[in-house]
Design a protein around this ligand. Structure first.
Ligand code: ADP
Length: 322
């Protein structure tokens, strides 16, 4: 339990309690997930394929029925206040699905109609301008490039001016230039006060954009922490040394996190790269009378942290981790 468990629900943008989804056929996609996404945050939801991210998003979006547990958006329970919960959320899906014969202008107007946004408060052109599609307002959507379609999807999720927006893999398969542009736009949205939740396979993206990151694996939250702490876990560096003679006893080395014997002559040493350097570790070994004949080092990064927590490489092929 953390102190966040005691906050009143109204303070969370999204609050899940023991959320469970078992699909027909028995697949448990979400296993009693409890999670609180603070208002105003830029929250990253990371997880390998099959972890349960889409199921979670689809439950919030009202597209998948949960098996048990509760979910709230902006303080509105999705069962008790489905309309308010829906009005509080904008979801940018992963797939670029459009009616090809609608123009971006019509697409947004239709969406505004679906959400009951009155004519007077519609911001269709303003939104198109924001995602830099105003010059494409009246062309068929099928003629738009992939990047333009993605921007249109963002605008579509914003027509009802929700306080929370979820972007599902917003930059999957987009080139670097467009990724930078999307990042800039997401930052703008966040700066203007929108709570942003994004799922991503790119650790770099979560690292760049998010202030808080949760990692999902096999339908469970395996980490939920601020980015700095998560990065802190990636500060460990490893050096494997081969000694000239057999190891009799594991030496005590000052300033390292852990020393393990791998075999007769090799030691696996973990240290914090913020406070120690490989050279210093080696010097301490020499000073202890141990002669080093070979050294290899490896730096842990977020990828390692992810691997450690989930046991799966990020971006694992669909179906590889179920
Ligand atoms: P992610 O978005 O993290 O890749 P999903 O939420 O799509 O994960 O899937 C979680 C698990 O639920 C996977 O094992 C997936 O195969 C399964 N699953 C997803 N949708 C369905 C469905 N409609 N019916 C049965 N199983 C499903």
């Amino acid at each position: 339990m953390t102190s966040s468990d005691f906050r009143p629900p109204a303070e969370a943008a999204i609050r899940l309690q023991a959320l469970e989804k078992v699909y027909a056929g028995g697949k448990r996609a979400l296993d009693r997930v409890s999670l609180e996404i603070p208002r105003g945050s830029m929250f990253g939801l990371l997880g390998p394929n099959g972890a349960g991210k889409s199921t979670l998003i689809n439950i919030l979006a009202g597209l998948v029925t949960k098996t048990s547990g509760t979910a709230e958006v902006w303080g509105f329970d999705i069962d008790q206040h489905p309309r308010n919960a829906k009005a509080s959320l904008g979801v940018v899906p992963q797939e670029l699905l459009f009616d090809a014969f609608f123009t971006p202008f019509e697409t947004l107007e239709l969406q505004a109609g679906l959400y009951g946004v009155p004519q007077a408060s519609r911001r269709t052109m303003e939104l198109l301008k924001k995602v830099r599609l105003d010059d494409k307002a009246h062309v068929y959507s099928r003629t738009l490039s992939g990047g333009m379609k993605r921007r249109l999807l963002i605008a579509k999720a914003l027509v009802h001016n929700p306080p929370v927006i979820i972007l599902d893999e917003p930059t999957a398969g987009v080139d670097i230039e467009l990724r930078q542009m999307l990042w800039a736009y997401v930052r703008e949205l966040h700066a203007a006060g929108t709570t942003v939740v994004l799922t991503t396979h790119y650790l770099e993206e979560a690292e760049e954009l998010c202030d808080r990151i949760a990692i999902v694996n096999h339908g469970r939250i395996v980490a939920d922490t601020d980015k700095k702490s998560l990065l802190g876990q990636a500060r460990e560096k490893r050096v494997v040394v081969t000694l000239e003679s057999d190891i009799v006893a594991i030496p005590a080395i000052e300033g390292v996190t852990r020393v393990e014997k791998l075999d007769e002559r090799r030691l696996d040493i973990l240290y914090d790269k913020g406070s120690t350097q490989a050279g210093a570790v080696l010097a301490r070994l020499q000073a202890a009378g141990l002669s080093v004949v070979d050294v290899s080092t490896r730096e842990a990064d977020l990828e390692d942290v992810f691997l450690e927590l989930t046991g799966a490489p990020i971006g694992a092929a669909a179906g590889a981790v179920v």
